[in-house]
Ligand binder design. Structure first.
Ligand SMILES: Cc1ncc(COP(=O)(O)O)c(C=O)c1O
Length: 448
């Protein structure tokens, strides 16, 4: 029996009394959507960071501050604003799907990542929608495909912010086991078979996969499994289409290891894979440009929803990015980010070896890209917010990590509780070394 979890029908709306200066204050009625969105761990993590500013954070998933593209952005902006006509365009509203020029450039860039050309791949800029970061694309895809009670299949573990997004839509989220090669396809097939037996196949909407250097585990889906995953989605699409939502957020942050094909490229029909990408990791999250390449039937639907939300992401950012591409500033910058992050990854891994090397019960994944090292402790050592380790780490050793259990969907008792996500994005080499030293101290104290 597959237990699908995450959707708890609560038909009554929630009333919350908000203290106000006036004595006649009425209770505020918040929606069910708010209730679904209200259990996010991210708020607690941020509060911990704010309440404990002296704490060294290995938790924040921010990009390397030192390699943010200040000079590139200044050059692009100076150029853009030297021309009043283009400057006025940039400062005006844009369109819902985004600037035609940038869509064209991004689709060309994507074809390059695929090692091909736009025409050889049969791509059209109209298949691409520009969004406010890829988070908005992921959210819009959820909104157009998921009704409360529908099912989404995800890796265990996976990107915890998207688990929050899906819960916020009332989705039932089913975790699929993973190993060193990513999502296990036998497990996925077993879950689909069981859901079919339970008469629930019609509720399955998509499989979500962070295909490169997964946040949090750093693992990439192997080349064989990529083909197999798309194939499974196609085979199990009976009365309706089951999509694969490929989140390629970290694709360009590759430091070594094989260059893997996208899930998108494993779907020559172009019907099953929704591809999400972002310029947050490779350029700047402050610019906040992401995009989706969508099967034809979904472009209109995503734009309809987006029209209701913002009728177009920042036109200014899109013009800025166009200028960055036009002036040839993007690729050299990505190389710089790769170099910087590769060095930081190596620093964190060396520090892990130095401080945890004599503790064979502690293991970690060596990622080929991305921003995270996933560390496992003995089963009995819990890492959650309420654990002794978290308290010792934050209050006494003054170091913070993301508890691994936040990255699991499904019932709490089924989640692994002994893992940590460590980010090498924010700290410099000294901070990484010191953070790992403090963390090892905390772990040793709990293991004693
Ligand atoms: C796996 C993954 N997907 C998507 C995002 C969203 O990033 P953005 O909205 O900045 O593109 C993030 C951000 O950390 C992420 O880790």
């Amino acid at each position: 029996m597959i237990e699908v979890w995450g959707f708890k029908p609560r038909l009554q709306t929630c009333e919350i009394g908000i203290r106000m200066t006036s004595t006649s204050a009425q209770p505020v009625r918040l929606s069910q959507r708010w209730q679904w969105a209200s259990r996010q761990a991210i708020g607690f993590l941020m509060a911990q960071a704010v309440d404990n500013p002296q704490v060294l954070s290995l938790a924040a998933g921010l990009v390397d501050p030192q390699s943010l593209p200040i000079a590139e952005t200044r050059e692009a902006l100076e150029h853009l604003f030297a021309d009043p006509v283009r400057a006025r365009h940039a400062l005006q509203y844009g369109t819902t799907a985004g600037s035609g020029r940038l869509r064209h450039q991004v689709i060309e860039h994507f074809a390059g990542l695929e090692g091909s050309t736009v025409s050889a791949l049969g791509l059209r800029p109209e298949q691409l929608v520009l969004t406010t970061g890829s988070q908005q694309l992921l959210s819009l895809v959820g909104e157009i495909l998921v009704d409360p009670g529908d099912i989404v299949l995800v890796a265990a573990p996976t990107y915890f912010a998207y688990l929050g997004t899906l819960e916020g839509l009332g989705a039932r989220i089913v975790p699929i086991e993973t190993d060193a090669d990513g999502m296990r396809l036998e497990s996925l097939e077993r879950v689909l078979t069981e859901l079919d037996r339970q008469g629930e196949l019609s509720r399955v909407r998509f499989v979500y996969s962070v295909s490169y250097y997964e946040n949090p585990s750093g693992i990439s889906l192997s080349a064989e499994r990529r083909k197999g995953l798309v194939d499974l989605a196609r085979r199990w699409s009976r009365a309706h289409r089951i999509f694969v939502l490929e989140d390629a957020a970290y694709r360009e942050l590759r430091y070594d290891g094989p260059e893997l094909p996208s899930l998108w490229s494993c779907d020559p029909s172009r019907q099953h894979v929704i591809y999400a990408q972002t310029f947050s990791k490779s350029f700047s999250p402050g610019v906040r440009v992401g995009c989706g390449i969508l099967p034809d039937e979904l472009v209109r639907a995503v734009c309809d929803r987006k029209g209701n939300e913002d009728f177009g992401s920042s036109n200014f950012s899109q013009h800025l990015l166009t200028e960055v591409f036009d002036r040839g500033l993007y690729r050299p910058h990505v190389s710089l980010v790769q170099q910087a992050c590769r060095a930081k990854r190596d620093t964190m891994l060396a520090a892990a070896q130095r401080h945890f090397g004599d503790l064979p019960v502690v293991t970690w994944v060596r990622p080929h890209g991305g921003l995270y090292v996933w560390m496992s402790l003995p089963k009995e050592v819990a890492t959650g917010f309420d654990s002794r380790l978290f308290q010792v780490a934050v209050k006494e050793e003054q170091v913070m990590y993301v508890p691994g259990e936040l990255c699991y969907a499904g019932p709490p008792e089924g989640r692994r509780r002994n893992e940590m996500r460590l980010s090498f994005g924010v700290q410099d080499a000294t901070g990484l070394e010191e953070g790992m030293r403090r963390l090892a101290n905390a772990v040793r104290r709990v293991l004693e």
